[in-house]
Design a protein. Structure first.
Length: 281
């Protein structure tokens, strides 16, 4: 069985591209490429960037859900940049809400280090999407807080959220960035920047240590998946109960009532409600 998993792991490894977080994170560890990408997206000059963590994990409270950020860097002025590769759209409204959640967690992380709220840094949350999240064919969608009554008046809270669309054809963007987006969409890299990215992907995939790391993760996943299948009957029952509990909670039933019907502790039902964002009491 392990030989078969190893064979599949190698096949998966060969298929990996810039779209896969495992590769994207490692490519973005190339300071020059990460800096170039930010400069092209934001149309600014950055003197230098630094990496607080290879893969930033923020867990500001013991009872909060931790968030793991793909690429988290800061520049010489202290501005913070979070870059995420996104290949799935999810439910309607999910990605904008995730951007909001990431923003809140980054702010809480900064405040937890002794920063006063009026000293919060400029933050940029950037999703590189392989799909058009908003369906308007723009290559880039940039969001900042503005006054509804006075459209030219910005709130000035220092936050920017950007969604790149690898399939977009509209909008004036740097030609190098447009070609990079085509490359992310699976097309041939034609210009210097995208070609540099492609070479870095190839370099990362030539590294024996990185390949072994991926194969270890893949095989561990397969082992856990097999163990899960063997426990499938019990897990299936638990999953069915959880799904039914969600339906009852959404229908307006109270946590104690659902707990009694499901023969589960109230705390477990409360956790199900919180994890799915269902308001319940």
């Amino acid at each position: 069985m392990e030989k078969e998993w190893e064979k599949r792991a190698l096949e998966e490894w060969e298929r990996l591209s810039i779209q896969d977080n495992f590769i994207f994170q490692r490519v973005m560890q190339n300071v020059k490429l990460c800096k170039w990408l930010l400069e092209r997206i934001l149309r600014i000059q950055i003197r230098e960037i630094r990496y607080p963590d290879t893969e930033k994990t923020i867990d500001v409270r013991l009872d909060s859900k931790a968030v793991r950020l793909d690429v988290y860097v800061a520049d010489e002025a202290g501005a913070v940049y979070n870059i995420e590769m996104q290949t799935t759209k999810g439910r309607d409204g999910e990605l904008p809400k995730r951007a909001r959640y990431y923003q809140a967690m980054i702010d809480m992380d900064l405040l937890g280090k002794g920063v006063y709220y009026d000293d919060l840094r400029q933050t940029y949350i950037i999703f590189i999407c392989t799909f058009d999240l908003f369906g308007l064919d723009e290559r880039i969608y940039t969001f900042r807080s503005r006054c509804m009554e006075q459209g030219d008046l910005e709130l000035g809270d220092g936050t920017t959220k950007i969604f790149l669309n690898a399939k977009g054809l509209r909008g004036s963007v740097d030609e190098e960035l447009a070609d990079f987006l085509h490359y992310v969409d699976g097309k041939e890299a034609r210009r210097t920047f995208a070609q540099e990215m492609a070479r870095e992907v190839a370099r990362v995939k030539r590294q024996d240590e990185t390949r072994r790391e991926f194969m270890t993760l893949y095989m561990e996943y397969q082992k856990q998946r097999r163990a899960g299948v063997e426990e499938g009957i019990a897990q299936g029952r638990e999953l069915g109960i959880a799904q039914m509990a969600k339906k009852l909670l959404r229908a307006g039933m109270t946590i104690p009532a659902v707990a009694q019907m499901a023969e589960m502790p109230e705390e477990a039902i409360r956790r199900i409600a919180e994890e799915d964002g269902i308001p319940a009491s």
